[in-house]
Design a protein around this ligand. Structure first.
Ligand code: GLV
Ligand code: MN
Ligand code: MN
Length: 400
C-alpha cells in the first residue's frame, strides 16, 4: 500500500467529531485500534512485529540480533484534540518508505525497524516520551508504574489491562544495543521550512524543556456569603502565577505555558478548595529555562502566601538540551540535496534516543506551523516528499 492509502486508513481512528481533533491516549480503545492497524499493515509488508518490554511496537525487516539496525518511526498517541500529523506522519511515512524499498527489491545489509513509541505526548500519564525513556532507562519502572491518569488509573494497571506485563517494564539494553541509527521523521511544528522554501529539513537541536505540577490548596466556601477578607481562594495565586509565567518567559527569551488545570470542586457558586495546574517551560538553553522556572515558582509561592493558600510543586519531567550528531545531520542534509538544518522547541523520542544511539530527525513542511491542534497540516505533495526523503535515507544508511 502506498502512503495515501495507509494515511486514509489511519485517519478515522481516534478522531473526535466534535472538534475534528484526535484523542489517541495510551492504552485506550483508540490506541489499541492504532496498534492493531500498525501490526496488521507492518505484517502485511512482510515485517516481523514485536512489542518490546515497555509496549513500544517494533516491525523488523531482517534479523534484529544481527545488530547495527537502522530504526525509523515515531508515535501514534496524541495530545487532547491533537492534529493528524504529530507522530503518525513519521510512522506512516516509515511504513511507506520500507514498502517502497521492499518493492524495489532492495536488500538491506543492516536490519531495518519501524517503531511506534508509546505515550510520547504524556497526555494520559503526564510524562512525555515515556516509552523511549523506559527503554533507555531514563525513567525507572518503579516511577512509571506509579504514574496515574486523571481517574487514578496507574500506568502499570492500564498497561496490564491492555495485555502488557508491568513486571517486565524497564531499561532494555539488549534492544538498545541492537540499534545502530535512529531517524525520526516528523511534521514541523513551526514555520522554519516555509521561510526557507523547502519541503523537507533536518533537525539540529531540541530546546531543553520540562513540566512542573503546581498545587494550590485553599478553603472551599460560599461564593455569596464569604467576605473577601475571609477567603483563602487558590484561584487568585493561580491566576497571578499564569501571568508571571508569561512575564518570566518574555524576560528570559523562553516560552512558558499553563495549558492543563483542574479546579476542585469546580462549582460556579463555590470558592474552590484547590487548583492543580501544570507549567510547561522551554528555552534555548538550560540557564534560561532554569531562570524562567525559578521565577514562576517563586512568584507562585509569594502569591500563595499572600492569600494564605498552601502551595506545592513537583517536577514531572525534564529533558536537557539535545544536539543531534552533526556528522549524521550533515550527511542527511547533503543526501537530500542540501536540505535546510533547523532546531525546534518540540520534544521527541529522537531526543531521548540521541543520548544512546546516533540519531537524526527529518522535518516535513507545515504551511501554518500550527501543531497540537486539529488545524495541524502538511500538504499532500510535502507528505510525498517526506516519503521520498526517508526512502533515500534508509537506502543510503541500510542498503548502500
Ligand atoms: C511534544 O510534542 C512536546 O513537545 O510536548
Ligand atoms: Mn506532540
Ligand atoms: Mn510528536
Amino acid at each position: 500500500m502506498d502512503f495515501d492509502a495507509l494515511w486514509a486508513e489511519l485517519a478515522p481512528i481516534g478522531r473526535y467529531a466534535g472538534t475534528g481533533g484526535y484523542r489517541r491516549f495510551s492504552w485506550t480503545v483508540a490506541d489499541a485500534e492504532c496498534r492493531a492497524w500498525f501490526t496488521e499493515r507492518a505484517t502485511g509488508l512482510g515485517l516481523d512485529v514485536r512489542a518490546d518490554r515497555n509496549g513500544n511496537l517494533w516491525a523488523w525487516w531482517g534479523d534484529p540480533a544481527a545488530g547495527d539496525a537502522v530504526a525509523t518511526g515515531s508515535h501514534l498517541d496524541s495530545v487532547p484534540d491533537g492534529g493528524a500529523f504529530d507522530g503518525p506522519l513519521g510512522v506512516v511515512t516509515a511504513l511507506a518508505a520500507v514498502g517502497r524499498l521492499r518493492e524495489s527489491g532492495a536488500r538491506p545489509r543492516r536490519p531495518v525497524a519501524v517503531v511506534a513509541f508509546v505515550e510520547e505526548e504524556g497526555a494520559r500519564f503526564g510524562v512525555p516520551c515515556l516509552g523511549s525513556r523506559l527503554l533507555t532507562g531514563a525513567i525507572g519502572p518503579e516511577w512509571s508504574g506509579g504514574l496515574r491518569d486523571a481517574d487514578g488509573v496507574s500506568w502499570a494497571e492500564a498497561y496490564a489491562a491492555a495485555g502488557g506485563e508491568p513486571e517486565a517494564m524497564g531499561a532494555d539494553p539488549e534492544l538498545l544495543g541492537r540499534l545502530g541509527t535512529f531517524v525520526e521523521l516528523h511534521v514541523e511544528q513551526g514555520r522554519g521550512l516555509v521561510e526557507r522554501g523547502a519541503a523537507v529539513g533536518v533537525a539540529s537541536s531540541i530546546w531543553p524543556h520540562g513540566r512542573w505540577r503546581m498545587d494550590f490548596s485553599g478553603a472551599a466556601d460560599h461564593a455569596g456569603t464569604t467576605r473577601l477578607a475571609d477567603r483563602r481562594d487558590p484561584m487568585l495565586p493561580f491566576a497571578s502565577t499564569v501571568l508571571a509565567a508569561r512575564e518570566e518567559a518574555a524576560i528570559a527569551g523562553a516560552v512558558a505555558t499553563v495549558g492543563k488545570v483542574f479546579v476542585e470542586p469546580n462549582g460556579t457558586n463555590a470558592i474552590p478548595s484547590a487548583v492543580h495546574a501544570w507549567l510547561d517551560a522551554r528555552a534555548p538553553d538550560e540557564a534560561a529555562l532554569e531562570a524562567t522556572v525559578a521565577g514562576v515558582l517563586g512568584a507562585a509561592r509569594r502569591y500563595a502566601a499572600k492569600e494564605r493558600v498552601e502551595f506545592a510543586e513537583s517536577r514531572e519531567s525534564y529533558t536537557g538540551e539535545v544536539e543531534f550528531e552533526t556528522g549524521l545531520r550533515d550527511r542527511l542534509s547533503l543526501l537530500l540535496g542540501g536540505a535546510p538544518i533547523l532546531g525546534t522547541g518540540a520534544g521527541h523520542d529522537a531526543g531521548v534516543l540521541s543520548a544512546h544511539v546516533p540519531t537524526a530527525m527529518l522535518f516535513v513542511r507545515n504551511p501554518t506551523g500550527i501543531s497540537h491542534s486539529p488545524a495541524e497540516h502538511a500538504e499532500t505533495a510535502d507528505r510525498h516528499a517526506g516519503v521520498a526523503a526517508l526512502t533515500r535515507v534508509l537506502e543510503e544508511l541500510a542498503c548502500a
